[in-house]
Design a protein around this ligand. Structure first.
Ligand SMILES: Nc1ncnc2c1ncn2[C@@H]1O[C@H](COP(=O)(O)OP(=O)(O)O)[C@@H](O)[C@H]1O
Ligand SMILES: [Mg+2]
Length: 384
């Protein structure tokens, strides 16, 4: 037997033995057995009825043992009782039970039959209960999953509606802007370069360009580019994000940590590397921004493989040691334009959430217990 298999086997046996001699077993089975035996052995032969009672009292500890440890417990005690009663029943070593030999033999047989039957019933009941518990656990997992999907659908719905509206407005703005730009260009041709009105017109055209640019940005948000998904190693994406954010982070007193976990296998997913980089970079920058006012902290990247129901996911976790996000904000931070920062756009996480969606992934956030920081997780279906 190999070393650790033997270790495991030994541990199993030790565990079994320990459960047979738990406090409960000692108090309800072993000790009563000994007391009954002492009473039995010390009863003089002419008190025949006391012997009869004592002989039957043994059923109690046998049943108790079967109730608490199943067949294993019941049989251990019934075999022990058979052995310890045998000399008293059939020999005169110490004293002798005056009962009928056939009756005593049958009694010993019955001890063991009762132990087996009671033990089997208990084992079956226990197996049934474990099955129920497993089912209940599965059900609660499925419910959790459903709740998560619902939350995501609501989020996606909100995003979709807002995206359409944004696209509509941006589109409506772009057409008149086009006309404004055209007419301004005609005007420029007729205004001499050194006339004072020319400066105003240039300003005018500059602002038109800026507005067009903004409208373009909104359109891009509303109709993001299709994901160009290819098989990729998630560690490469994380590595790229780390090298992009490291320098700024260090300036803000933030230490960046990324330990690819050995033995986890290659976390291959099918995704758009640029989009995923953008997503994780946004999260990393948010993390740095959350810690900077407190003089810094740590930004930790890690990845694990997880099974959720039938599917396997590779999960990237980004943890920043900053203050927790207030509960009433936790759901809203993925909403477009939700920001708590001066000059924030509130678009980073909503775009991130959309990117996760486009790559069949799930982006989620939680506050770690005991103020250990904020954790963002991106779960992507595992590829081959
Ligand atoms: N790591 C974090 N810690 C605390 N709050 C965060 C964190 N990441 C995001 N937030 C909150 O979510 C809001 C939205 O983030 P985001 O969509 O990236 O927009 P922005 O960064 O422009 O505010 C932030 O304003 C902030 O309140
Ligand atoms: Mg941001």
């Amino acid at each position: 037997m190999p070393e650790d298999a033997r270790g495991g086997f030994l541990k199993g046996v030790l565990g079994d033995v320990r459960s047979l001699f738990s406090a409960r077993m000692v108090l309800t089975a072993w000790l009563p057995c000994l007391l009954i035996t002492v009473l039995h052995y010390r009863t003089p032969p002419h008190h025949g009825w006391v012997h009869d009672v004592a002989r039957r009292l043994y059923y109690l500890p046998i049943l108790f043992a079967a109730f608490s440890e199943g067949t294993r417990g019941g049989i251990s005690v019934s075999v022990f009782v058979s052995l310890i009663y045998f000399p008293h029943a059939f020999t005169s070593l110490v004293s002798r039970d005056p009962g009928d030999a056939l009756e005593k033999g049958l009694e010993i047989l019955l001890y063991n039959i009762v132990a087996v039957v009671a033990g089997l019933l208990v084992d079956r009941e226990r197996g049934e209960r474990e099955k129920q518990e497993r089912l209940a656990r599965k059900l609660s997992e499925a419910l959790d999953e459903q709740r998560r999907i619902e939350a995501q659908l609501i989020r996606a719905g909100r995003l979709g509606a807002l995206g359409e509206m944004t696209a509509g407005i941006a589109h409506e703005i772009k057409n008149p802007l086009h006309a404004l730009k055209g007419t301004a260009e005609i005007l420029r041709d007729v205004i001499p370069p050194d006339a004072p009105e020319r400066r105003m017109l240039d300003l005018h055209m500059g602002e038109i360009d800026r507005l067009a640019h903004t409208a373009e940005r909104f359109l891009r948000f509303a109709r993001p580019a299709q994901a160009d998904r290819r098989p990729l190693d998630l560690r490469d994406v994380v590595g790229r994000v780390v090298s992009l954010v490291e320098t700024q982070a260090r300036k803000d007193g933030v230490e960046t940590i990324f330990r690819p976990i050995e033995g986890e296998g290659i976390p291959t997913v099918s995704g758009d590397a640029d989009q995923l980089t953008q997503l994780l970079l946004n999260i990393a920058i948010n993390g740095v921004q959350a810690m900077a006012p407190r003089g810094g902290g740590t930004l930790t990247f890690s990845h694990v493989s997880e099974r959720q129901g039938e599917k396997r996911f590779h999960v990237v976790r980004v943890v920043n040691s900053g203050p927790p996000i207030p509960t009433d904000q936790l759901e809203r931070i993925f909403d477009p334009f939700f920001t708590t920062k001066d000059g924030g756009t509130g678009l980073g996480l909503s775009i991130g959430s959309r990117i996760a969606d486009q790559n069949d992934g799930v982006l989620s956030v939680r506050n770690l217990p005991e103020g250990q920081g904020v954790e963002f997780s991106l779960a992507l279906p595992a590829g081959e």
